[in-house]
Write a new protein. Structure first.
Length: 169
């Protein structure tokens, strides 16, 4: 039977893998965007936040003296999800990518909400503060993606109806 602390650390490692996956997906999305400068800029800003989040999550792992060599690689858990969102090459990929980005941000919000509760249960106030800070960034990104989804959708539709104009990226 696993202790609360063991479950917590397992979930923290999952969160680290989730942030690695997020960085990869966001980089792929940003690299393909050509005609949606606001979306590209916000994604690039969130890539920097994501990199900082990885360091913060790793600091929690390090505080528990968990050897990096025994940390399981959980990236595979999210890779199928990430490929579904990050690897789209469909005609309407910018719209589907924006929708998927919002879904992933909400997944991260839920993950950090659970981690905050677990950190509270094991009386780890430092981790509560770290995960609360990260969750606020994820909430801000989710709110931004939801607020801008209509604009991205309409820009795509206008571009797709204009002869000789590429709408895809």
């Amino acid at each position: 039977m696993m202790s609360s602390e063991e479950h917590f650390l397992d979930w923290v490692r999952d969160a680290h893998a989730m942030e690695k996956q997020a960085e990869s997906m966001l980089e792929k999305m940003a690299a393909r965007l050509e005609h949606y400068p606001d979306l590209k800029l916000r994604i690039e800003q969130h890539i920097e936040e994501t990199r900082e989040q990885q360091v913060l999550v790793q600091s929690v792992i390090d505080r528990y003296d968990t050897s990096r060599s025994v940390i399981k690689d959980t990236a595979g858990k999210l890779s199928a999800f990430g490929q579904a969102m990050g690897g789209m090459m469909t005609e309407d990929e910018v719209v589907k990518g924006a929708i998927s980005g919002n879904v992933f941000e909400n997944f991260e919000i839920a993950s950090y909400t659970s981690l905050i509760a677990a950190a509270e249960k094991i009386n780890d106030s430092e981790s509560v503060a770290i995960f609360t800070r990260i969750r606020e960034q994820e909430i801000a990104m989710a709110d931004w993606t939801l607020k801008h989804l209509p604009d991205v959708t309409q820009q795509f539709l206008i571009r797709s109806e204009t002869p000789g104009v590429e709408a895809k990226k």
